[in-house]
Design a binder for this molecule. Structure first.
Ligand SMILES: [Zn+2]
Length: 336
């Protein structure tokens, strides 16, 4: 099951298999990629490959006692750390220092001990410096796996000592296979909607199909793009208030709208990627393309910054109705 979930991230399977069969296991691994592309699944896969009792060609069997315990989250030598701070930030004293002490305790029943520290995005320099101790000179049985959206979050001193593996989005079929593995109920039509909104990001597609929040946020964002294209204040406010002042939905809408605005700025500035194509992040491509024809790059960046500021206000104790009304007015100020 875990292996199937890694379809499309076959380079991770290959790298691990070659490290394990050649007995050149990297002791620190960074898995990076956008949220939803399978970072945690990859960490679990790597842990299983290392600790499996019947591993063939460096790949986990998914059947032995060890593989099953990892799947159930009960393997004593496969430790997943969780952040206890606000907004998913690791606390140095209560979350990270204890890992260091644990790292020096020998594994219970395997030759290795695997410690996974997920979502290291925004972890302070100081915290990373503390972890450096077990990355620079790990005990002979220890493997540390860290995940984040991008390699940029890590200190150069850490990056120089790790094997970095990227998780990628899937193609249509790969994504469908991944989504099928979850218990999500969906029709071909709703899956196509999810795929067109989030491309091959399996996690986001599952969230879209499972939860009303994300699909509602996508709908509101596409209406906002249309309203912004038309510079219609009434429509902008109407779309914003469709969130019913639900902070969870508003937060999603802000995130999705800033992706669309970022796309507009890039499209207008004619910036292209390595392959000469612009990769859009937006969940509503048509509406975003239309918006990019109606606003210039300066206005797109202006609105992007306003959304960032309002995200901060939303996370504070702002009055939500006031916040949305004032956001509508600010966006109009930029548009006219
Ligand atoms: Zn196994």
């Amino acid at each position: 099951m875990i292996k199937a979930k890694l379809i499309g991230n076959s380079h991770i399977v290959k790298t691990m298999s070659s490290m394990i069969t050649n007995k050149k296991l990297s002791r620190s691994i960074v898995i990076f990629g956008e949220k939803g592309t399978g970072r945690k699944t990859a960490a679990k896969y790597i842990g299983s490959a290392i600790l499996c009792q019947n591993s063939v060609n460096g790949e986990p069997c998914h059947n032995c006692h060890s593989c099953k315990m990892i799947e159930q989250g009960s393997h004593p030598d496969f430790i997943q750390v969780l952040p206890s701070g606000k907004n998913g930030i690791y606390r140095l004293e209560s979350d990270l220092r204890p890992i260091i002490s644990q790292a020096y305790i020998r594994p219970n029943e395997s030759d290795y001990k695997v410690v996974v520290i997920p979502d290291m995005d925004n972890t302070s320099r100081n915290s990373q410096n503390v972890l450096l101790k077990i990355i620079e000179e790990p005990p002979e049985y220890l493997v540390v796996i860290m995940t984040a959206a991008s390699k940029e979050y890590f200190l150069p001193t850490i990056l120089s000592r790790v094997t970095a593996l990227k998780t990628s989005e899937q193609d249509f079929e790969g994504c469908r296979t991944g989504v099928k593995l979850s218990s999500t109920n969906y029709t071909d039509e709703t899956f196509s909607k999810a795929y067109s909104a989030f491309g091959g990001n399996i996690g986001k597609c599952i969230e879209f199909l499972d939860e009303k929040t994300l699909s509602k946020a996508v709908e509101i964002t596409s209406q906002l793009c249309v309203a912004l294209s038309r510079k219609d204040e009434y429509q902008i406010l109407q779309a914003l208030f469709k969130t019913n002042s639900d902070k969870g939905i508003i937060r999603e809408v802000f995130l999705l709208l800033s992706n669309s605005l970022r796309d507009c700025a890039i499209l207008r500035a004619n910036v292209t990627g390595d392959n000469g194509e612009t990769r859009l992040l937006s969940c509503c491509e048509q509406e975003t393309l239309e918006l990019s024809r109606n606003i210039n790059s300066r206005r797109a960046i202006g609105m992007f910054n306003v959304i960032e500021e309002y995200t901060r206000r939303l996370n504070g104790n702002a009055n939500v109705s006031l916040l949305l009304s004032s956001l509508g007015a600010q966006l109009m100020d930029i548009l006219i």
